[in-house]
Design a protein around this ligand. Structure first.
Ligand code: IPM
Ligand code: MG
Length: 352
């Protein structure tokens, strides 16, 4: 079971270190780990945030564990050299089109939510975000008009096949959960969304056991703070998914607890190839101080065991250990606590 580890920038290396210790504590047979450079760290060493040798390493692996990329020192670089391009490049090059972002409110942490505790308590949802299309990867540019004024433009598009394959992922996810799927679009204004809605509705006929409804993205943003407990699975495009998943993280209240999986079509002998990362960023302000909460990365490693290595029992074991560590008061600064990165890692390992 080959894992490519791309720890990246800021707090990436420290949180990834704890997740690897948790994996080692499980003593899984045949686990092999290799490190690659990514983000600003790679740019400093190789002149590019996603050097070819890193891409090769991920292609040879069964799964990728990713820390974070981003460094304020790179803000002035040309776009293609910025650390964020590394994650966009990995998503595109590895065909990782399905981004799973679960948001669940942990018992006892309701008060950290930006919402009222009784509303936050109900949150247990999964955002399935399309990751290879939309304005993110369309043609784009800044052009000069005849009158000399500059105009920025980004092309939004989704093909039927792109919508169909993410819809299948979302319907199957809903089957494994409460059986409800909400497709989020802007079909009252955008043609892309009109097609999205038609295709999702068509795919729904193959899943009679899943209840499908559709929401416009503005309404979805509103419902997500009004009654987030009403959602089970949300499926949406790349841009809307980016925004709604950050919003969902604040509804739960603890961005240091949210994991994610990015999956493609490639199957390995163990499961589905995927990239796993905490949804928080590189947090340069606290990097290297041993203060970062590694739980989101540890939970991402659990998702890796579930999806890429078909080890559901081990994944669930990690998730229970994290929940117990939280219950026992091991909380990082992001949760109003003072436990260090290492202490949290140790606490999870003890509870395995
Ligand atoms: C995310 C991030 C990325 C995105 C950035 C870093 C390019 O915000 O994973 O949500 O926009 O997809
Ligand atoms: Mg984002």
């Amino acid at each position: 079971m080959k894992i490519a580890v791309l720890a990246g920038d800021g707090i990436g290396p420290e949180v990834v270190r704890e997740a690897l210790r948790v994996l080692e504590a499980l003593d899984l047979p045949g686990l092999s780990i290799s490190d690659g450079d990514v983000g600003a760290a790679a740019w400093r060493k190789h002149g590019h945030p996603l050097p070819p040798q890193t891409l090769d390493l991920t292609r040879l692996a069964d799964a990728v564990l990713f820390g974070a990329v981003g460094d304020p020192a790179c803000d002035g670089l040309e776009r293609h050299l910025r650390p964020e391009q590394a994650i966009l490049g990995l998503r595109a090059e590895l065909g990782l089109f399905a981004n799973l972002r679960p948001a669940t409110c942990f018992a006892g942490l309701e008060h950290l939510s930006a919402l009222k505790p009784e509303i936050a308590r109900e949150i247990d949802l999964l955002i399935v975000r399309e990751l290879n299309g939309d304005v993110y990867f369309g043609e784009k540019g800044i052009r000069t008009l005849d009158n000399g004024e500059r105009q920025g433009w980004d092309m939004m598009s989704y093909s039927e096949a792109e919508v169909r394959r993410i819809a299948h992922v979302a319907f199957r996810a809903a089957q494994g959960r409460a059986g409800r799927l909400t497709s989020v679009d802007k079909a009252n204004v955008l043609e892309t969304s009109q097609l999205w809605r038609e295709v999702v509705t068509d795919v729904a006929r193959e899943y009679p056991d899943v209840a499908l409804d559709h929401l416009y993205v503005d309404n979805a943003a509103m419902q997500l703070v009004r009654a987030p407990g009403a959602f089970d699975v949300i499926v949406t495009g790349n841009l809307f998914g980016d925004i709604l998943s950050d919003q969902a993280s604040m509804c739960v209240g603890s961005i240091g607890l949210l994991a994610s999986a990015s999956l493609g079509e490639r199957q390995t002998q163990f499961g589905t190839f995927g990239l796993y990362e905490p949804i928080h960023g590189s947090a340069p302000d606290i990097a290297g101080q041993g203060k970062a909460n590694p739980m989101a990365t540890i939970l991402s490693a659990a998702m890796m065991l579930r999806h890429s290595f078909s080890r559901e029992a081990d994944a669930a074991r990690i998730e229970r250990a994290v929940a117990r560590a939280l219950d026992d008061g091991f909380r990082g600064g992001d949760l109003g606590g003072s436990a260090s990165t290492r202490q949290i890692g140790d606490a999870v390992i003890e509870r395995l």
